[in-house]
Design a protein around this ligand. Sequence first.
Ligand code: NAD
Length: 469
Amino acid sequence: MNTYRNDALIGGTWRSAPATVDVENPATEVSIGTAAACDEAMAHAAVAAARKAARDWGLMPPSERAALLDALVQELRHRRDDLVSVTVAEVGVSVVNARAWHVDLAIDLIASAAGNARTYRFEEAVGNSLLIRKPVGVVSCITPWNYPLYQLAAKVGPALAAGCTVVLKPAELTPLSAYLFAEATVAAGLPEGVFNLVPGSGKVVGATLVAHPDVDLVSFTGSTMVGRQVGAAASANLKRVCLELGGKSSSLVCADADLAEAVRASVDSAMLNSGQTCSAWTRLLVPADLYEDALVIAGDHARSLVLGDPRSEDTDLGPLISAKQRADVVTVIEGAIARGARVVAGGPERPGALGHFVSPTILADLDPSDPASQSEIFGPVLVVHPYATESEAIDIANGTPYGLSGAVWSGSADRALAIARLLDTGQVDLNGAAFNPEAPFGGWKDSGLGRELGVAGLEEYTELTSVQR
Ligand code: NAD
C-alpha cells in the first residue's frame, strides 16, 4: 500500500492538494508517510460533490444502500491486514488491540449500519399522521487520532445508511487508515460524491466543513475544547451537531465484588490504547477498608503489562501518539506528585530511549477534586480513591464535568443495576459486561451531545416530516 499520499477523494476523483503533512510512527519517531493538507477550496469542492450526490442517494431504497454497504464491508475485509498494519504504524497501538478494537470493530460497525438500514422503519403511522424519517442531507464528519478507523466507521456507516452523503476530515496525525477506507468505498461501487475524503488541518479544512452553509449536520469526535468551538460555529446557521467529546469515567467497586477481578479489569480499561480512550475508566473507587489491598493488586497488574514494540503479539501498550501528548501526560503526573500523590506503579520517567512511551501509572492518595482526578489525561494513568459509603462513591463518580462511561462491580446484579441508575453517564458496564456495538454511545455534560452506534446512531442522521392524512 502507498502511504505517501497528497490527494483527496472528491466526487469520485482523486485530486492533488497544494501541500502535504508528514505522518510519524510514534513508536520509532520515524516518518512513515504523508497525507494531503487540503485547502479551503478543496473542502468547498467536497461539499459541492456531496450535495450533488445527496438527492439520488437519499432517494435510493434503504435496502439498495445496505447492499452497497455490504460491498464496502467485503472490500474492508480484503484490506484487513493493511488496515491493521497502518493502524499500528500511525497510532502506535499494539497489534492485538489494533485488530480487535480498531479494525474488526470498525468493519462490524459498517455491517451493523447495513443491517439497521434494512430493518429500520423509516416511515411510521401515528394516529392520522405518517412520520417520515428522511436523511438530513450533507454531513461533515471530523474525527480524532485515538481510534481513527473506528471513529470514522461509527459516523460514516450510519450516515450513509440513513441516506446522507459524507465529507470526512480525519485527524492530522492519523490520516492513513482513512485513505484505505476511501479506496474501499470506490472499490465497493459507492456512487461518486457519496463519500468524500479531505485530509487537512482542523483550522482550515475542519473549520470550513463546520461553518459551510451547505452542510446540514456536523458529526465531531474530539476534545471538549474544540467541541465547544464546533458547536458555536455550527449554531450560526442552526446546523445540527453531534459531539462525542472527552471523558473521566469511574469504576465503582462495591464491598461484595470480586476485588481482584474488578481492579485488574479497571487497570486494563485505563491502559487500553495507552490510555488514549475517551470511555476509559480512569478513576477507581474502592471501599476504604479495601483501599490498600486494591492498590497492591492494581500496582502488580500495571507492572505486569508489557510496554514495547506495538508490532509484537506480546505487547500490551505502545507509545502515546506524539511528543506533545507525552509531555502533557508527564506534566499531569508530575503535578499530581507535587500535590502529594503516592505513585503505586509507573511514574513520569521515560521507560526507553525512543518513542513516546509512558509507563502504566497508578496514583493514590489524591482528593477526588484534584486536577488529575477531574480532567481527562489521555494517557496510561489510573487514579484510585477510597470511599466510606456507596452514596459517597456515587457522588465521587458523578462529581466531574464529564459523563461518558463507567463501571459498577458487585456480587449482586440488582445492587449493581441500582447504582448504575444513579450514575449521570452515557454508558455503564456491570461486572465487566461486554461492549455492545448496538447500544447508544455518547455523553452527558461536557462529554457531548447526541449518540452514536445502533439505531440511535442512525437516527442522528435523519430529519422528521409529519404528514397528516
Ligand atoms: P481534537 O479536538 O484536537 O481534534 C479532533 C478533530 O477536530 C481533528 O480532526 C482536528 O483536526 C479537528 N479540529 C481541530 N480544530 C478544529 C476546528 N476549529 N474546527 C473543526 N475541526 C477542528 O481532539 P484529538 O486530540 O484529535 O482527540 C482526542 C480527544 O478526543 C480527547 O479529548 C478524547 O476524549 C476525545 N474523544 C472522544 C470520543 C467520544 O466518543 N466521546 C472518542 C474518541 C476521542
